[in-house]
Structures are given as C-alpha cells and as structure tokens.
Write a protein that binds this ligand. Structure first.
Ligand code: MG
Length: 203
C-alpha cells in the first residue's frame, strides 16, 4: 500500500505558509513505514527541532483504478478516517529554499499517525464534515471539508491519472489552517465531528 498526501488543499493554510493557492492538486507520497497505528506514541526525531502537526481527513481506497473520471471517483473509497501529516517544518523550509523534494521533511518514519475509520455511508454529505485536533485538551486546529479547494472526487481522479490506485491505499486530503509545533509530552486527540478516532502521545 501507499500513502498519497495532498498539499495546500485549504486556501487559508496555503496563506499561512505564504504559499500560492494552487490551480491544480499538489501531491506527494509517504512510505508505509510512516504509519503509526493503534494509538502508538510518536517519538520526536533527533533530526528536527520543529515538528508540526497537520490534521487531515484520510480516504481509504477500496478498489483499484487508473484514469478515474471524477463522476465515478466516489466508488473508489468507502471509509473516511483522520490522521496527522507530521512535517519537519525546519527541514521542509530548507528543501523549499533549494527547490528540493520534500521527502526528508514529510516521509520519515512515524510521520503518519492514523486513527480509526468511519464508513462513508454514515456521512450525510462528504462535502460538509467537521474535524478537529486537541493538544492536552485544547482545540488547536479545526476544519470543514466545505473549505477544500479540491474535493475528494477531484483528488482521486487527479492522482489516478499519474499513479494507479490500489485497494488499501490511503489519501491524506490536506490540512486546514492552524498548523503548529508539538512538544515531547503532548497528548494529541483527533476527532471527526464529535467522535474521537485518534489519541496518542509525543515521546
Ligand atoms: Mg499535509
């Protein structure tokens, strides 16, 4: 399986990063070694002094597809979950400065804690899902899928032009504004609507 992440999919987040609002989806990959499951802790890596959380809804792909038309894209995912796209912001800034790829900053081991999933049929409208992150009990980031620049169906269709999607692949759909640093000892909890689906500690 592979993990595909969408960058800059919420306009307010692009602005807080001083990045242009994209005119087509931006994506990058993480390896399966990035995953943290079952609320296992995240170990702060020694190569960075600025690890940021990015809270994102995650789509689970349920059948293989290539060149998927947007109107059929909804058939290719059946569950929606929540995860963190951990980013070594200090390393990412250096990569950006030099025009280099982001993998060192984005794809490192443990950079993708993943919570539980909810069946898509439980949502009335996938374009109106609220989600949020708390750190030590305080809400630090909130999003709603109504603010996505590129809808779930659009990103599935777009990615599949370049890369075949397979069952079990995960798509991190982008973070809203409000990203920020984590510290050792922090307790993170991520929710879709009022349901806590992810809960882990920084060690
Ligand atoms: Mg992200």
């Amino acid at each position: 399986m592979k993990i595909i992440c969408i960058g800059r999919n919420y306009a307010e987040h692009a602005k807080e990063m001083n990045a242009a609002v994209p005119t087509e989806p931006v994506f990058f990959l993480k390896p399966d070694t990035a995953l943290i499951r079952d609320n296992q802790p995240f170990y702060y890596p020694d190569f960075s002094k600025e690890i940021h959380y990015e809270t994102e809804l995650v789509l689970k792909i349920c059948k293989a597809g290539k060149n998927i038309e947007p109107e059929f894209a909804h058939k290719y995912y059946d569950e929606i979950g929540i995860g963190i796209d951990f980013t070594a912001r200090d390393i990412q800034a250096k990569c950006k400065e030099k025009g280099l790829p982001w993998e060192k900053a984005k794809a490192f081991d443990g950079s993708a804690p993943l919570g539980m999933f909810i069946n898509k049929s439980k949502f009335k409208e996938v374009a109106n899902i609220n989600f949020h992150l708390t750190i030590n009990g305080n809400t630090v980031q909130k999003g709603n899928t109504g603010d996505l620049l590129f809808s779930f169906d659009t990103v599935i269709s777009y990615i599949s032009k370049f890369i075949t999607l397979k069952t079990g692949d995960l798509i991190f759909t982008g973070t809203p504004e409000g990203v920020g640093p984590v510290q050792i000892g922090d307790k993170l909890e991520a929710y879709i609507e009022n349901e806590k689906l992810l809960n882990f500690e920084i060690k």
